[in-house]
Design a protein around this ligand. Structure first.
Ligand code: AMP
Length: 372
C-alpha cells in the first residue's frame, strides 16, 4: 500500500516524500480512508505508531480541498502535554507546507501574547493543551463555532493528568456537526464512556502493541549488580562518546540520581520526568536535539511523547516491568534505516524481567562481559 493508493493528494504526497515517508504505517493505512470519508474514529494506538500523520494528513487534505472555506478555526487538536502539542504542530507544519493551510499551537506555562497574536492573524488548524485552551476561550480569543474536525489525542493520558474536567467544559462549546477522531493507548472505563458520549458510529482502528524489533538495532545485555550500574554507565559513555543517548530509568528519583552522577563524572546530561516543569523538560529536549548535551535520562512516561529521531544508543539502566515497553524504548534507535544500538543493564533481581523480554522478542540478547 502506498500513500497515493490511499488517495493522498499531490501537495501532501510531496511533503511526505520529503520527510522520508515512503509507505503508510498500519494505523495510517487503517485510519486515513475512513477519516477522508468523514467518519468518526476510535483509535487505539500509542505514540510511535505514526498516529499523528494518521489524523493530520486527512484533515489537511479536507481543508485543502474545501471550495468555499469560511473564516475561523476549522480543526482543533487537543493533546495533554506541551511537548506533544509542539510535536504535532511541527508535523502539521511539515505535512501542510505545500498548501495554504495555517496553523498554530497554544500551551500553558508561557506568556499568552505570542499565542493570541497568532490567533488574531487567523488559523485553520489549532493544536492546544486543555488548560490554556480553556483560558483563552474564556477570554474570548477562541471562537470554536467553526470547528469541523476535532481530535482528542492521548485520551487516557488526559485522564491520568486530571484534564477530563477541562475537556468536559470544552466539548459543549464545539458545534454538534463535526468529525471527531478519538485516540487512546488504553481504554479504561472512564475513557470508554467518554468516547461513547462524543463519537457517532465510529470506525474502530487498532494497532497491536509492538512485539518485533527491527533488525537494524544491535541489542546486548550486561549482567551487572545494582550498585555497579553507575560505573558501567560512566565507563560506556566515556569510551564510546556517543552523540545521542537516551537512558531509561524506572523511577523519577532514579533519573535525577543518574543525572547527578553523570554530571559529577563530567558528562553533560539532563533528566526529564513528570516532576520537572514543562519549561525544564522543554529546555532539556532542546539542548539534547541541538547536541548541547548528549545524554538524556528519562522515565517511560516522560519519554512516551517525545519525538527524537536518529538516536545512536538507548541504554536500559533499569529493565522495564512490561516487556512491550522494552520494544518501545529501543525502537527509538535504528529508525529510518540507520543502525542503532540498545544496551540493557540487568541485575540479579531483574533476571525474570529479562526472561519476559526475550520471550516477547523471540530471541536471547547476547551478553557482553563487563570489561567490554
Ligand atoms: P507518532 O506516532 O505520530 O508520534 O510518529 C512516530 C514517528 O514515526 C515520528 O517520528 C514520525 O515522523 C514517524 N512516521 C510517521 N509516519 C511515518 C511513515 N509513514 N513513514 C516513516 N516514518 C513515519
Amino acid at each position: 500500500m502506498t500513500f497515493k493508493e490511499l488517495s493522498i493528494i499531490e501537495p501532501v504526497l510531496k511533503a511526505l516524500l520529503e520527510k522520508g515517508y515512503e509507505i503508510p504505517t498500519p494505523i495510517q493505512e487503517k485510519a486515513i480512508p475512513p477519516v477522508l470519508n468523514h467518519r468518526d474514529i476510535l483509535g487505539l494506538a500509542q505514540t510511535g505508531t505514526g498516529k499523528t500523520a494518521a489524523f493530520a494528513i486527512p484533515i489537511i487534505q479536507h481543508l485543502h480541498q474545501e471550495k468555499n472555506p469560511r473564516k475561523g478555526i476549522k480543526a482543533l487538536i487537543l493533546t495533554p502535554t506541551r511537548e506533544l502539542a509542539i510535536q504535532i504542530s511541527e508535523c502539521i507544519h511539515d505535512y501542510a507546507k505545500y498548501t495554504a493551510i495555517r496553523h498554530t499551537v497554544i500551551f500553558g506555562g508561557v506568556k499568552q501574547q505570542a499565542q493570541t497574536n497568532a490567533l488574531r492573524k487567523g488559523v485553520d488548524i489549532l493544536v492546544a493543551t486543555p488548560g490554556r485552551l480553556l483560558d483563552l476561550m474564556t477570554q474570548g480569543f477562541i471562537p470554536l463555532d467553526t470547528i469541523q474536525h476535532f481530535v482528542l489525542d492521548e485520551a487516557d493520558r488526559m485522564l491520568d493528568m486530571g484534564f477530563i474536567h477541562d475537556i468536559k467544559r470544552i466539548l459543549p462549546k464545539l458545534p454538534k456537526q463535526k468529525q471527531t477522531l478519538f485516540f487512546s493507548a488504553t481504554m479504561p472505563a472512564a475513557i470508554a464512556t467518554l468516547s461513547r458520549s462524543i463519537l457517532h458510529n465510529p470506525v474502530r482502528v487498532e494497532v497491536s502493541p509492538a512485539s518485533s524489533v527491527v533488525d537494524t538495532i544491535r541489542q546486548n545485555v550486561y549482567f551487572v549488580e545494582k550498585q555497579e550500574k553507575k560505573d558501567l554507565l560512566i565507563h560506556l559513555l566515556k569510551r564510546q562518546q556517543p552523540q545521542s543517548v537516551l537512558v531509561f530509568s524506572r523511577t523519577k528519583h532514579g533519573a535525577d540520581k543518574i543525572a547527578r552522577i553523570l554530571c559529577k563524572a563530567g558528562i553533560g546530561s539532563q533528566a526529564i520526568h513528570g516532576n520537572k516543569s514543562q519549561n525544564a523538560r522543554q529546555n532539556a529536549l532542546t539542548d539534547f536535539k541541538s547536541n548541547k548535551i548528549s545524554v538524556l535520562i528519562a522515565t517511560d512516561i516522560a519519554a512516551r511523547g517525545i519525538d527524537i529521531n536518529q538516536l545512536e544508543l538507548v541504554i536500559n539502566y533499569d529493565l522495564p516491568d512490561i516487556p512491550e515497553t522494552y520494544v518501545h524504548r529501543i525502537g527509538r534507535t535504528g529508525r529510518a534505516g540507520n543502525t542503532g544500538m540498545a544496551l540493557s543493564f540487568c541485575s540479579q533481581d531483574e533476571q525474570p524481567l529479562l526472561k519476559d523480554i526475550q520471550k516477547l522478542i523471540g530471541k536471547n540478547l547476547p551478553v557482553l562481559p563487563l570489561s567490554a
